[in-house]
Design a protein around this ligand. Sequence first.
Ligand SMILES: Cc1cc2nc3c(=O)[nH]c(=O)nc-3n(C[C@H](O)[C@H](O)[C@H](O)COP(=O)(O)OP(=O)(O)OC[C@H]3O[C@@H](n4cnc5c(N)ncnc54)[C@H](O)[C@@H]3O)c2cc1C
Length: 371
Amino acid sequence: MVQKIIIAGAGPAGCYLGSLLASSKADASITILERSRSVLVKDSGMVSEHIFDFFQRASLAGIVGKEISSIALHSTKHTLELERNEPFAFILDRDKFGRKLRKTAEKNGCRLVYENIEDITRTKGSVAVTTNKGQHVCDLIIGADGANSVVRKALVGSQPKLYQGILTNIKSGKRKPGIDIFFNKEITRDFFAWRIFDEYGVLSSDKMAYHRFLEKYRFKPGRVAGSLVPIGLIKSYSDRCLLVGDAAAQVKPVTGGGIVYSLTCAHIAADVLKNAVVAKRYDAHTLSQYENAWRKRIGNEVRLGLLFRKLYDNMSQAGVEHMFRTCGKDLENAMFSAKHFDYDKPSALAKNMFANKPAKLFLNGLLSLVL
Ligand SMILES: Cc1cc2nc3c(=O)[nH]c(=O)nc-3n(C[C@H](O)[C@H](O)[C@H](O)COP(=O)(O)OP(=O)(O)OC[C@H]3O[C@@H](n4cnc5c(N)ncnc54)[C@H](O)[C@@H]3O)c2cc1C
């Protein structure tokens, strides 16, 4: 019997996983339930070169825009110029990218249905999904419905820490090239603010951060978009249910970026699910293979990122200034001279930076915490 799979959410995670499942030989019908007809453009679209692990370069022509080979990090008193000779990140046109993902999912055989999921209940043999237009019954549900996932709340129960992200494209004023990241605790105590070409944005657990940012830099905002960023290492499965992408907090805690991690984990989910569909087994034990596999791939990076976040949370602005002053040159040098820099693995850069100076790292870390 054909297995019925429902994917909640047609963002990068849901569409990519749907495409993989629908184009595989799995004997399953895939329905994607999405609440919004227009693509949710709520992020900066900055991704590493790993985007090309999932899509051929030619297929992203006109979608991958600017290439990034330098970033300026600012504290209130210091600036670090992180530069490489070759690009290490790219900016996606998120509207075009989102539309391409939806189109590909449909072309590969997914049914894209525009309905808002309101409730989900699980019985022994199936899952019932209630939307604003009616009810769907399926064998398995995949929560790819973002940071505030309804599926996660109804069937898994784990909860990441949610930060408020706000971004805007400036209407007018001085336009500058390049990228600036601002580490200013008066604006956002527990994350950072940024300018990427014409876009200004801020991430924080405090909703007022954007207003302080606006006040400080006095840019004229255009359309303002707000969305949540989930941070944490959480459970991503239960009986007849998997979570993928932001719903599973598959996000880099250092930067808040999640597009490449979503695609990585969607790929892993597809591999596990192909076998589950053949065996018609969707019990938690079978689906736990998915979590084991994605944690093996990105778990260490997330754990290290969480440690960084905790240290940063506990630092005062004086501690931030101390880190910039004492470790800045090491970071600039490591960034410039590292044989290869992977924007999705900031831990490799940190390792490179302090390979010969563990004592310096320890002392600096300690000092910046007490300052
Ligand atoms: C301000 C900001 C800046 C960011 N910048 C970057 C960046 O530069 N690079 C990067 O890699 N990542 C960035 N991110 C993170 C990135 O946006 C996410 O990691 C990524 O979009 C995750 O994809 P997803 O498919 O899991 O979730 P989403 O893209 O959030 O997609 C979820 C989908 O589910 C739908 N949905 C939600 N609820 C329901 C419901 N009840 N019923 C039906 N449909 C529903 C939504 O409409 C949406 O289409 C940023 C995030 C923010 C907030």
